[in-house]
Design a binder for this molecule. Structure first.
Ligand code: NAD
Length: 264
């Protein structure tokens, strides 16, 4: 891929306040894109920091507060992006939530609704709203964040794994519907990535060592590992790929972690 493979492109990244969304926004700016950065949370100043980091790379940016589970906020976010930059070439749906430790049988109605409304409905709302703009443009690229646990069940994932499996079918369905308009839709399925989302896996060195031991490549993913995969899917280097899921898991599958616990 060329260093400036996203030159003249406009990207919208949800969940860009921290973690994977932030890394995607900064990486895309480094490749030449202007980036609209969105998140539900703005009070801690971190979304503004992402916006500033994009601008320091000489690219345009705009920070927008939006809860992706609410249609009117998604519509407003999309309008603001188009007003600022005139188009949206790339959408990366990173906003997501996980309520750790629940089995599905323990999952309350409230937990189910929070996870589904953010991860699955929110991703759908963003795809639908921004997708309409991309269809009008006759060009676009959507990248949805699924997860390895959207492909393989994992203990304690609760409603999360079901929501991430839904994102895979959403991706494949939209890829079929939007292909004739020149819009590609793909998904990323990370394994365990070191973010605040799952700090319990890596905040203590011993915990990180144990978690890394479940991964054939013997380390947890950094946010940059995911951002580079997103860059590939956003660039013309992947121009013949749509409806696919790219796993970024170091060879890890949740079933192998169950096996290694049993072996121990
Ligand atoms: N970290 C991992 O190990 C991992 C693995 C697989 C998939 N993922 C997925 O990658 C994505 C990013 O994960 P992360 O680790 O960076 O998480 P994170 O918690 O660090 O960042 C997620 C961001 O999304 C925002 N957000 C949450 N709900 C929102 C809503 N309703 N509207 C708008 N913004 C909202 C949060 O405020 C936060 O800034 C998520 O979809 C997650 O499910 C993460």
């Amino acid at each position: 891929m060329k260093i400036d493979c996203l030159r003249n492109k406009v990207a919208l990244v949800t969940g860009a306040r921290r973690g994977i969304g932030r890394a995607v926004a900064v990486t895309f700016a480094g490749a030449g894109a202007d980036v609209v950065v969105c998140d539900a949370v703005v009070d801690d100043g971190k979304l503004k920091e992402t916006e500033d980091t994009v601008e320091k790379q000489g690219r345009g940016s705009l920070a927008v507060q939006a809860d992706i589970s609410l249609r009117n906020e998604v519509e407003k976010m999309t309008r603001q992006a188009i007003e600022a930059f005139g188009k949206i070439d790339i959408l990366v749906n990173c906003a997501g939530v996980w309520i750790p430790g629940q089995t599905l049988l323990e999952c309350s109605d409230e937990s189910w609704d929070v996870v589904m409304n953010t991860n699955l409905k929110g991703t759908f709302l963003c795809c639908r709203e921004v997708g309409r703009q991309m269809i009008a443009q006759r060009r676009g690229c959507i990248i949805n964040l699924s997860s390895q646990v959207g492909l393989d069940p994992a203990m304690g994932a609760g409603a999360y794994s079901t929501s991430k499996a839904g994102i895979l079918m959403l991706t494949r369905q939209l890829a079929q519907e939007m292909a004739e308009f020149g819009v590609r839709v793909n998904a990323l399925a990370p394994g365990i990535v070191k973010t605040d989302f799952n700090a319990d896996f890596w905040k203590e060195p011993e915990m990180e060592k144990e978690a890394s031991g479940m991964v054939p490549l013997n380390r947890l993913a950094e946010t940059e590992d995911v951002a580079q995969a997103a860059l590939f899917l956003a660039s013309d280097a992947s121009s013949y790929i749509t409806g696919e899921v790219l796993c970024i898991n170091g060879g890890w599958r949740p079933t192998s972690s169950v096996a290694s616990r049993e072996d121990a």
